[in-house]
Design a protein around this ligand. Structure first.
Ligand code: UD2
Length: 293
């Protein structure tokens, strides 16, 4: 052994070997995809290889959901991919009400005209179709990665390139420690989203997924196509697009998985001590008021 090693004191050695996280959390999937938690990555190292990367963020602000857009954009401007180039793609039927938020230099908001649908479930489910269509039409030429988010949410901490990989999904905050028997995969065997109760390790949230544009295009196109098959057969999966997203991610394993730090609802859930950061959290909302005014 060289003398160099002998000169390290015991306390220095302890500091060197100390794991960045003391709490035990699952940091890899059975397929060896990393699960991203605070303390499992170093942004200073990760930022460099993504220096020339452009990230597209898609959100839907249809009908009254446009009210959430100002806070969403303002908080994203502070926390999302800071130091990188971002295009916000806002799918909306409410152009006049899209707020004019001052963003970082070089960042832009692109409003994409879409029609609305008579019911909330229709809006939620057609997101797959719209992302798929616009991926082919423009995202493939404009950005490297797509991050697809719910919009009735706000960013509350750093959310950066640590999430990027070819295909990623986010552990649903309501199920990340639940017995997999309780996962709300689609149980109707006639639906294209059907998945047996005793298979599958994770339940993913519909409100946060993404990857390279090519992978997101494949995912959204596939989900839309199977939703159309269900529609023709007069079937609607219980959790709509989220049911189909889960089926897709169970058959096409994500290469990165985001912990519930990346999607949390403080009003619905009790925060466990090992959830050190909340990066993306639900805003208060009243479904009734949003739809029946
Ligand atoms: C859950 C999922 C959501 C979706 C839905 C399907 C999370 C956090 N949320 O959401 O992604 O899978 O279940 O059942 O995992 N929207 C509009 N206008 C409307 C209605 C919806 O723009 O009139 C958009 C908006 O961007 C919203 C998103 O669709 O964030 C999803 O709708 P939601 O958030 O009301 O659904 P929720 O919370 O039940």
């Amino acid at each position: 052994m060289s003398h160099r090693f002998c000169r390290v004191s015991a306390s220095e050695l302890c500091a060197l070997l100390r794991p960045r996280r003391w709490t035990v959390v699952l940091v890899t999937t059975p397929c060896f995809a990393p699960i991203i938690w605070d303390g499992t990555f170093d942004s200073a190292i990760l930022d460099t290889p993504f220096r020339n990367t452009t990230i597209g963020l898609t959100v839907f602000a249809i009908k009254r959901y446009v009210v959430f857009l100002k806070v969403f954009l303002e908080t994203a401007d502070k926390c999302f991919m800071v130091g990188h180039k971002v295009n916000y793609y806002v799918f909306t039927d409410q152009h006049a009400d899209v707020p004019n938020v001052l963003l970082q230099e070089g960042w832009q908001v692109v409003n994409l005209e879409v029609c609305n649908y008579p019911c909330w479930q229709g809006v939620s489910m057609h997101r797959m179709e719209m992302i798929s269509n616009f991926s082919k039409k423009c995202f493939l030429h404009e950005v490297d990665y797509l991050v697809c988010l719910d919009e009735d949410m706000m960013l509350s901490d750093h959310l950066g390139v640590e999430i990027l990989f070819s295909l990623f999904g986010t552990l649903h905050p309501g199920f990340y420690i639940a017995d997999h028997q309780t996962f709300t995969y689609e149980h109707c065997s006639l639906s294209q989203a059907h998945f047996p109760r005793d298979e599958g390790y994770f339940y993913y949230a519909g409100g946060f997924f993404g990857g390279s544009v090519l992978q997101v295009h494949r995912l959204t196109k596939a989900c839309h196509q199977v939703m159309m098959v269900d529609h023709t057969n007069h079937i609607e999966a219980e959790w709509h697009d989220e049911s189909h997203l889960n089926k897709y991610l169970l058959c096409h394993k994500p290469t990165k998985v985001l912990s519930p730090e990346y999607l949390w609802d403080e009003r619905m859930l009790c925060r466990p001590p090992f959830l050190r950061k909340l990066r993306y959290v639900a805003m208060p909302k009243n479904h009734q008021a949003l739809w029946n005014r």
